[in-house]
Design a protein. Structure first.
Length: 136
C-alpha cells in the first residue's frame, strides 16, 4: 500500500507550464471589476464576496474562482439562477473551479460564499471549454 502511494505521487508530474484555453487567458492579469479580459482579486468580508457584472451578449458565461466557495449568479433584483455546469480549472492554472450559467444581456449580481482566506481571485469566462486530454 505504501509503495503504491509513493508510485502515484511520483507519477504526477510537477507543474512547469500551464496551457489554458483562450477564454482563460486573462487569468494571469489583474484588473478592476469582473470581466473576461482579466481577473479581479477581492477581499471577502465574513467569508463572502458580492459584486456585479454586465452581460452584453447572450451566451454561456462562467465565474472562475481560485479557491473553494459557493458561487451564485442572479439577475439584478431577481432570484438565483440554476447553473449549467461546474468544472475544475485546467491543471496548474490556479483556478479551483468554474461555475457556468446561461445569461442574457443585462446586469447580474454575483455572490461567493463560504470562502476561506484574506483574498479571492475571480474572472468572468465566456463560453465553454473542453479540458485537454492527457496523452498516453
Amino acid at each position: 500500500m505504501l509503495l503504491s502511494m509513493i508510485a502515484l505521487t511520483m507519477a504526477i508530474a510537477p507543474c512547469t507550464r500551464t496551457e489554458v484555453p483562450r477564454s482563460l487567458a486573462g487569468w494571469t492579469r489583474n484588473g478592476p471589476g469582473l470581466d473576461t479580459r482579466h481577473a479581479v482579486t477581492i477581499a471577502p468580508r465574513a467569508g463572502r464576496i458580492a459584486t456585479t457584472v454586465r452581460i452584453r451578449r447572450e451566451g454561456v458565461f462562467g465565474i472562475a474562482l481560485d479557491r473553494e466557495g459557493w458561487i451564485d449568479v442572479a439577475p439584478a433584483g431577481g432570484r438565483v439562477l440554476r447553473m449549467v455546469s461546474e468544472s475544475r480549472g485546467p491543471r496548474c492554472s490556479g483556478i479551483r473551479k468554474i461555475v457556468r450559467y446561461r445569461l442574457r444581456p443585462g446586469n447580474y449580481r454575483v455572490t461567493v460564499d463560504k470562502l476561506q482566506g484574506v483574498r479571492a481571485k475571480l474572472m468572468l469566462v465566456h463560453g465553454t471549454f473542453a479540458p485537454a486530454r492527457r496523452r498516453s
